[in-house]
Design a protein around this ligand. Structure first.
Ligand SMILES: [Zn+2]
Length: 239
């Protein structure tokens, strides 16, 4: 298992593309904070507004969508993230299709990242107690299918060239929530920052004290133990 084995030049651009607001911090918040602390530039692209993360306190999808934009910007500030691009697809109904493949190919070519991050489209189950959200799988599928072969090949979506977005070469793809991990990142020093960022997602976390306690319990229950915090990935290094 690789552990913290990356050595990219300062200023390396990392583009995180996921389904919902709060996914970046939940899935890989420690890693994002570590990357920005190391001087890498991290940007987000979020495919939905998360407007179906409803609860008794937040029952209105339209208002919730607006609120989640504000919450996500505050969380991204804690993470040191540069920009957030919203795509506004309906929450809960994300499906991979050719139109979205083109939209995301355009986005990646425009942002010119060296590293792209999403979530593993092959992860149906998370541990023994959870089904992965279909939007998370769809997001990973859209990103992977955009990246290869469309982003790096001018034959795909030639109209993007006319728009000023020619083919771009991405060096690596990192998939969070991996079915089969091949990288583990020890982000213990960044766990607190991750929790602080998550606390900005007011509409999703319930009572803050209870949430923090739950995060601590969850951390203690992993095989890494209470003294370590690991985030894992499927890392693809393109040759
Ligand atoms: Zn999500």
């Amino acid at each position: 298992m690789e552990l913290n084995t990356f050595d990219w030049p300062k200023g390396t651009r990392i583009l995180v593309i996921l389904a919902h607001p709060d996914d970046p911090e939940f899935f890989l918040g420690g890693t994002i904070k570590m990357w920005t602390s190391l001087g890498y530039q991290v940007d987000y692209g979020l495919l939905t507004d998360g407007e179906l993360g409803l609860s008794e306190a937040f029952p209105d999808p339209k208002k919730l969508a607006e609120m989640r934009h504000v919450e996500q910007r505050a969380a991204a500030d804690v993470m040191g993230v540069s920009s957030i691009t919203w795509f506004g697809y309906p929450d809960g109904f994300l499906v991979p299709d050719i139109e979205k493949r083109k939209v995301i190919a355009r986005f990646i070519r425009k942002m010119k990242p060296a590293i792209v991050v999403s979530s593993d489209p092959t992860s149906y189950y998370l541990g023994n107690n959870y089904l992965n959200h279909p939007d998370h799988r769809a997001a990973g599928q859209i990103v992977a299918d955009s990246l290869f072969p469309a982003v790096g090949n001018n034959g795909f979506f030639p109209e993007l060239i006319d728009e000023g977005y020619p083919a771009h070469r991405v060096s690596e793809l990192w998939m969070s929530l991996p079915k089969d991990r091949n990288v583990e990142i020890d982000v213990t020093p960044y766990w607190e920052a991750r929790v602080s960022a998550l606390l900005n997602h007011h509409s999703q976390i319930g009572t803050p004290d209870v949430f923090v306690q739950r995060m601590k319990t969850r951390r203690a229950e992993t095989e890494d133990g209470p003294d370590r915090y690991i985030e894992s990935f499927r890392r693809i290094v393109f040759r």
